[in-house]
Structure formats: structure tokens, C-alpha cells
Design a protein around this ligand. Structure first.
Ligand code: FAD
Length: 302
């Protein structure tokens, strides 16, 4: 069995694995996609001491750093079940069962779906989530962004730079994004913001050709022609696979204490999958280190 098995290969998981391996204990890391969300990130300018980097570059450095150590890396593998027996067992989708004395959950988060007709059907055929990944495909076209929070407004500003026109659809009566972002958005000539708009359906044939929304104040339906639509309504923690095995809050975030410990002895969690109030790279790495040191402490005491 492993001493420490990390599930998730983003900033939190990489940090947790390195901290554990540096103690000379048997460490493994299972990741569906090594790198995590930063693979979908363009510029990163708040990773302190690095003035500017890019997501894929940082992901490559993470992997390189992890490979410096004696860590068993199992990439492109998804965990589907956790069970505490004599050891903690993690079952993978490929059927393998990994055993460990302690586990650090760092499965991060994924884009939230809006759940309207057309979203699934036209995924990657005009329905997109990652502006930095797919935005340039819509150069010179009309697009829409669903969601007026920070990510939605950042997306709209980005898209306005190379698309013809951007329509922002926000369900609430006002945008939630920081005021600096809102000001920047309103200074752009090719952006329309529609508040009180409930997205109803994404239309298309073989690919997206429009979106229908309901004006919530009047109940009137409106349809606009677009080639692409970016859903920016937040993130959901990748924790559904845990079921009732570990305590989670109503958002699905794993409940942890100051040491990253969950309600299950020997199981710790870190990063965006946990109930930490802020979701950032540096915070995920810090919480990965915390959970790892706490796991090592747990191993010493048990
Ligand atoms: P993640 O990065 O989500 O990694 C989760 C890992 O777990 C992945 O390897 C994933 O494949 C794996 N995984 C998931 N489920 C399973 C499973 N069942 N089995 C096995 N593995 C699994 N933060 C900043 O600080 N600065 C920024 O500029 C910034 N920009 C961002 C831009 C975008 C577009 C996005 C989406 C996020 C941005 N963030 C930024 C936030 C930052 O990326 C996250 O806070 C950080 O990546 C969280 O790290 P994590 O390790 O907790 O999770």
C-alpha cells in the first residue's frame, strides 16, 4: 500500500505529493488530467514571485517538479470510489483498487453546466466553457456569454477583442463582476449586456446558430443569432464520485478543518474540491502542503 495517495493532479495535488515524497514515504498520485484547471488558463499574474506565466507552462513545471521525486504518477486515471477498510481504498474507473494508509483528495472543480436544451448537443460545436482554449475559433463572429460574474465578464472582455460582437446574458438584475471589470466591459463598443435574462435554449443545426432567452421582467422570449456561446456560471467541485463516503457541504465541497482533515480519519482534502473560501493556485498549493504535512503527522501517530 501507499503511505500517501493523492487523488487529483492540479496545483493542490502536485504540492501535496511533493511534500509527502520529501518525507521519504511511499507516495502516489492519480490524476484524470495532470495539471488540472491551469491547463485551461492563459495568463497567470498572481502566482507570487512569478510576474507572468501561462497555464500550460506552469502545468509543465508542476509535472517536472513532481517527477524530481520518487512519486508513482498514474495519469489519465479517474477515481470512482473511496472506501475506508483496513486501508483506505480508491477504486479507479479501470477497475484497479489502490490501497493507502492516508489519502489526500484534490480533485478540483469543473465548469458548471447550464442545463438547457442544446448545451449538450452542441458541446464543442459552438458551446464552449474555456475562453482561452476556444475563444479564437470565433474570430469575426457573433458570440454570447452566459454569466455576469468575474469569469463571465473576463470572458466577454477577452472575446470582444477579436469577435464581431459579444452579448452577455445575466440571469440577475445586475452583474456580479468586480467594478473594474464592469467598467472595462462598458468601455467596449461591441458588447451588449442583457440582465434579467434567463437562457432558455441553444439552437442550431449541425452547430450553434443562436440562443433563445426569456426577459424575466416581461416574460418575452428573444432570440439572437450567434456562432458560439460561452457558459460562465461557475464551477462545481469534482466530488460526486465520493457519494456519502466523505462529508461534503450543499455545494458538494469536501468539509475540512484547519489541517485539511475530513470527517474520515486518514482522509484529507485540499484545493478547489474543499470548502476553502477562495479558489486560487497559490491557495490550492498551500492547502495541498498543509494536508500533506497533516497526513504525515497522522501516519506518525497511527
Ligand atoms: P484543479 O486544478 O481543478 O485540479 C484537479 C485535478 O484533479 C486535475 O488533475 C483533475 O484531472 C483531477 N481529477 C478530477 N476528478 C478526478 C477523479 N475522479 N479521479 C482522478 N483525478 C481527478 N487561479 C489563480 O491563482 N490565478 C489565475 O490567474 C487563475 N486563472 C484561472 C483561469 C481559469 C479559466 C480557471 C478555470 C481558473 C483559474 N484560476 C486561477 C483558479 C485555479 O486554476 C484553481 O484554483 C486551481 O487550479 C485549483 O487547483 P486544484 O489542484 O485544487 O484543482
Amino acid at each position: 500500500p501507499f503511505d500517501v495517495l493523492v487523488v487529483g493532479g492540479g496545483p493542490a495535488g502536485a504540492s501535496a505529493a511533493i511534500y509527502a515524497a520529501r518525507k521519504g514515504i511511499r507516495t502516489g498520485i492519480v490524476a484524470d488530467r495532470f495539471g488540472g484547471q491551469i491547463l485551461d488558463t492563459a495568463a497567470i499574474e498572481n502566482f507570487i514571485s512569478v510576474n507572468h506565466t501561462e497555464g500550460p507552462k506552469l502545468a509543465a513545471s508542476l509535472e517536472e517538479h513532481v517527477k524530481e521525486y520518487n512519486i508513482d504518477i498514474m495519469n489519465l486515471q479517474r477515481a470512482k470510489r473511496l472506501e475506508k477498510k483496513d486501508f483506505i481504498e480508491i477504486e479507479l474507473e479501470n477497475g484497479a483498487v489502490l490501497k493507502s494508509k492516508s489519502v489526500i483528495l484534490s480533485t478540483g472543480a469543473s465548469w458548471r453546466n447550464i442545463g438547457v436544451p442544446g448545451e449538450k448537443e452542441f458541446r464543442n460545436k459552438g458551446v464552449a466553457y474555456c475562453v482561452h482554449c476556444d475563444g479564437p475559433l470565433f474570430e469575426g463572429k457573433n458570440v454570447a456569454v452566459v454569466g455576469g460574474g468575474n469569469s463571465g465578464i473576463e470572458a466577454a472582455i477577452d472575446l470582444a477583442g477579436y469577435t464581431t460582437h459579444v452579448t452577455v446574458l445575466e440571469f440577475n438584475s445586475e452583474l456580479k463582476a468586480d467594478s473594474v471589470l464592469q467598467e472595462r466591459l462598458r468601455s467596449l463598443p461591441n458588447v451588449t449586456v442583457v440582465t434579467n435574462a434567463q437562457t432558455k435554449e441553444i439552437t442550431g443545426t449541425d452547430k450553434v446558430n443562436g440562443v433563445t432567452y426569456v426577459e424575466r421582467e416581461t416574460g418575452e422570449e428573444k432570440h439572437i443569432e450567434i456562432a458560439g456561446i460561452f457558459i460562465q456560471i461557475g464551477l462545481v467541485p469534482n466530488t460526486a464520485w465520493l457519494g456519502d463516503s466523505v462529508e461534503r457541504n450543499k455545494f458538494g465541497e469536501i468539509l475540512v478543518d484547519k489541517r485539511g482533515a475530513t470527517n474520515v480519519p486518514g482522509v484529507f482534502a485540499a484545493g478547489d474540491c474543499s470548502d476553502s473560501p477562495f479558489k486560487q493556485i497559490i491557495i490550492s498549493m498551500g492547502s495541498g502542503a498543509t494536508a500533506s504535512l497533516a497526513a504525515v503527522d497522522y501516519l506518525v501517530r497511527n
